[in-house]
Design a protein around this ligand. Structure first.
Ligand code: ADP
Ligand code: TYD
Length: 208
């Protein structure tokens, strides 16, 4: 089974993905837990280029191609072989991030984005995508609370994040069989409970 987590920066995706992975491992599943961009030596190097605060001159085209290059390597080296063995793959972000951030956020043409995503992933798509949804104001609140500085992607403005969020809503509405939306303003425990229910439901459906 292939499960991806999506949402705005600071939505709580990583927290939830980690808790789910712990449970799946307790249930004796072999789980590959990957954070995008990253997950291979090459992909981690590309991640450093993408998030470097000094790279303000990066073009939108270079950006989408770098995210996609990182993903392509990850699919070929880690995700596809793991799925072939029947292992579980949990990804903190996948190509829906590219559609939401580069497509809706940066305003690149959605058809081009879809073509690039298909090329980079070779059509390997999650069985279940969990959208942890928070309002934009919450990003600021959590960022301040954690006392963090911005990386290059997080320096984008509020209007950008509004478009990204709308993009996620559109993606989820277009493919309700794959997407599960959960309210990221709930408590960590409540969100995790809902996610576990969605995973069990999907797992039962796949076994049928
Ligand atoms: P992401 O991976 O989406 O960037 P994280 O899981 O790293 O998000 O969480 C971002 C911040 O939000 C952390 O400081 C975390 O403690 C906090 N956080 C996570 N989930 C919740 C929640 N349900 N309610 C309030 N704060 C949360
Ligand atoms: P990261 O620090 O991993 O953020 P988060 O914890 O929110 O996942 O940084 C990843 C950043 O890159 C984040 O701002 C989202 C962005 N991103 C894209 O714009 N496109 C993509 O395809 C991916 C995978 C990430």
């Amino acid at each position: 089974m292939f499960i991806s987590f999506e949402g705005l920066d600071f939505s709580g995706k990583s927290t939830q993905a980690k808790l789910l992975v712990e449970q799946l491992r307790q249930q004796r599943h072999t789980v590959h837990f990957i954070r995008e961009p990253g997950g291979t030596v090459i992909s981690e190097k590309i991640r450093d280029i993408l998030l470097d605060k000094n790279h303000l001159e990066m073009s939108d085209a270079a950006e989408i191609l770098l995210f996609s290059a990182s993903r392509s390597q990850l699919v070929q080296q880690v995700i596809a072989p793991a799925l072939q063995r029947g292992d579980v793959v949990v990804c903190d972000r996948y190509c829906d991030s590219t559609t939401a951030y580069q497509g809706y956020g940066r305003g690149l043409g959605l058809e081009d984005v879809q073509t690039i995503n298909r090329f980079a992933t070779g059509g390997t798509m999650p069985d279940l995508t969990i959208l942890v949804d928070i309002p934009i104001e919450e990003i600021e609140r959590r960022k301040t609370k954690a006392g963090l500085t911005f990386d290059r992607m997080e320096s984008a403005g509020r209007a950008f994040y509004e478009r990204v969020r709308q993009g996620y809503h559109q993606l989820a509405a277009d493919d309700p069989g794959r997407w599960f939306r959960v309210d990221g303003m709930l408590s960590i425990e409540t969100i995790q409970k809902e996610i576990r229910k969605a995973v069990e439901k999907k797992s039962a459906a796949l076994a049928r």
